[in-house]
Design a protein around this ligand. Structure first.
Ligand code: 3EB
Length: 341
């Protein structure tokens, strides 16, 4: 049956939300690749596998995001980067204190320079997804806006021409509090590139027109990692953007619904590309919901509950979105199963 083939399949990445302390999870098992703690500056990392994220959790009680993968896992530091490397996957993270760098553009360029040189010498050379948490993301106007400066620095460091259609990682770009001192970049990487998925409802981010900034963001809408018989979707930050335009300005519930339609459209596109396999929003996956205004939490939660299956775990985080007129965004990890009909 479908269920028994499921049981034999070991997910490459087991990501879940858990209660308990960071210390408990770091000491618990030999297969813990990363423990993410919310609402804490990334400068407070105590172990290479411990990744504090400066976004406040809006739903309670507090939970940790735990990533597990086949061990043995070795962890350490490389330049300013901290990493944790298992048999099949590497997690790496980097936080740069903006008080010691010459501004967001330089910090972003430096972060991506370090990330690329680390990956070049790693057995897991291919970034599958990169999360970017950017203090004061909407500060500054026009091309001086910190998000656009971040994109500039990233484009200066990343030696990739998207026109050549190279594999691109999926990504999330979210704003942390203005008083957070550090730019944070973390990633998941593997020995082979993922299968890139673009969203038929959206213009590819690297093709965004000039009005959104001097350099387009470099990411794919999702990547599918395929390893030892399991496939998993790494979904980029997905907002209420259709074509390249923001939809439902000032309407947070409609923005959430549009974002979720975009997620479903991505999963459908992945199914089209893979043929016999499709993603399922079940408890092998998880969703992160980013909310600009904490007061919108109740409405967002109700809206998602009426649209997404109950079984997929989710967490709500307070974060700014990369365009002023966006109020919410979703990202996530979703696992795939063979379709048998
Ligand atoms: C968007 O669709 C929303 O700059 O790395 C989503 C995911 C967004 C990643 C990034 C930005 C990034 O354009 C913004």
């Amino acid at each position: 049956t479908e269920r028994s083939t499921d049981m034999n399949r070991q997910l490459t990445l087991r990501a879940s939300y858990e209660s308990g302390s960071v210390e408990h999870w770091l000491n618990d098992a030999s297969d813990v690749l990363a423990v993410f703690e919310f609402g804490l500056s990334p400068l407070q990392s105590t172990d290479p596998r411990h990744v504090p994220v400066a976004l406040k959790q809006l739903d309670g009680p507090p939970r940790l995001e735990v990533w597990r993968s086949e061990g043995p896992i070795k962890s350490g530091r490389w330049d300013q980067l901290r990493f944790s490397q298992g048999e099949q996957l590497t997690m790496g993270h980097l936080s740069l204190d903006l008080r010691n760098t010459g501004g967001m553009r330089e910090a972003s360029r430096l972060a991506y320079d370090i990330l690329q040189s680390y990956l070049q010498q790693s057995p897991h050379q291919w970034p599958l997804k990169i999360w970017n948490y950017i203090p004061g993301i909407n500060q500054g106007s026009g091309d001086e806006e910190l998000y656009r400066q971040f994109c500039l620095g990233r484009a200066e460091a990343v030696s990739i021409d998207p026109g050549d259609r190279p594999p691109l990682p999926a990504a999330t770009g979210i704003g942390t509090p203005t008083d957070e001192p550090a730019l944070q970049v973390y990633f998941l990487a593997g020995a082979l590139p993922g299968l890139d998925v673009e969203n038929p409802r959206q213009v590819s981010a690297w093709r965004y027109p000039r009005q959104y900034g001097p350099k387009s963001p470099l990411f794919s809408r999702a990547t599918i990692m395929r390893m030892n018989g399991s496939s998993q979707f790494l979904i980029s930050g997905t907002a209420s953007i259709v074509g390249h335009q923001t939809h439902h300005e000032n309407q947070v519930a409609n923005q959430l619904s549009e974002s979720f339609r975009n997620v479903q459209s991505l999963l459908d596109e992945g199914h089209r590309l893979m043929g016999d396999t499709r993603a399922h929003l079940d408890d092998d996956g998880l969703l992160k919901v980013y909310i600009r205004h904490p007061g919108d939490y109740e409405l967002i939660r109700q809206t998602l509950e009426s649209e997404a299956p109950d079984d997929i775990p989710r967490i709500y985080l307070q974060g700014d979105i990369c365009r002023q007129n966006l109020l919410t965004e979703i990202d996530g990890i979703v696992s795939c199963r063979k379709v048998n009909d």
